[in-house]
Design a binder for this molecule. Structure first.
Ligand SMILES: Nc1ncnc2c1ncn2[C@@H]1O[C@H](COP(=O)(O)OP(=O)(O)OP(=O)(O)O)[C@@H](O)[C@H]1O
Length: 242
């Protein structure tokens, strides 16, 4: 279902401390800008089978979000391949594809198209998306006037309107305010209990142990351990002294 083959991700970073865009352009044009590469992922390979709930754990900066972004196609890896069969719903950077000048109504069609939904499908699901996002009268207001929570609610409602074959989530159950968190959590839970293959990152190791079939522990961009969720979560907790 998801085949991750030898993924390496290098980020290009400037060596100098530059404070403004103007300074960047001036330094770049003068040829004085110096770079180095930071390897966030190093030769990572694994497979996730259909219907599996697969967790990614590891310390801050281990490379978890980078790996999810590479798998979702948001980042292009330096080396390696990702092969995915089926429709994916990446719940990452919710609302990143929105146009701030357009209303929620227009953005539903725009974002839906980016996710590969047909106009007919969005027409038939439109009311459901609006109801789930609870945006009410704001539906015709440009997105630039929304709070960040409202943008995320709309993004979540669009991405999950079709039961996806693959769901990719960074830090589960954390969309919007407490009320929407519970509601989005229940929706994700129902997707996890179905046929959907789920890949998610969490710092809540007890939740990972409970929800996942298998877990990958990343350390400094490399696979430290992969396998049964109990075994990997216990080893991780041991390593951090808990
Ligand atoms: N766009 C970027 N440019 C440069 N470095 C980056 C970029 N994105 C991530 N990194 C670096 O890559 C490393 C991995 O980051 P990533 O966000 O994947 O970690 P993470 O495991 O998800 O961490 P956390 O638990 O804190 O969310 C970090 O050192 C981070 O600084």
């Amino acid at each position: 279902m998801i085949n991750v083959e030898n993924i390496t991700m290098d980020f290009k970073m400037t060596n100098d401390k530059i404070n403004s865009l103007k300074e960047t352009i001036v330094t770049a044009l003068s040829g004085k800008l110096q770079y180095h590469y930071f390897r966030a992922l190093n030769n990572v390979s694994f497979c996730v089978s259909k219907g599996e709930v697969f967790g990614l754990i590891g310390a801050n900066g281990a490379g978890k979000s980078t790996l999810l972004k590479v798998i979702s196609g948001i980042l292009y890896p330096t080396k390696g391949n990702v092969i995915i069969s089926g429709h994916i719903a990446p719940l990452l950077e919710l609302g990143a594809g929105f146009d701030p000048e357009l209303s929620a109504r227009e953005n539903i069609y725009l974002n839906g198209a980016l996710l590969g939904y047909s106009k007919e499908l969005i027409d038939s699901k439109f009311e459901e998306i609006v109801d789930f996002s609870e945006l009410g009268d704001f539906i015709n207001v440009p997105i630039r006037n929304y709070s960040s929570g409202m943008v995320m609610r709309l993004g979540f409602s669009i991405a999950t309107i079709v039961v996806p074959e693959v769901l990719i989530v960074d830090e589960i159950l954390s969309v919007g305010d407490e009320h929407f968190k519970r509601k989005s959590g229940e929706k994700m839970q129902s997707l996890m209990n179905g046929e959907t293959t789920v890949l998610f990152v969490s710092h809540d190791i007890l939740q990972v142990r409970q929800l996942c079939n298998r877990v990958l522990w990343l350390e400094k961009g490399e696979i430290k351990l992969i396998g049964d969720s109990m075994e990997v979560c216990d080893a991780y907790l041991d390593s951090i002294g808990e």
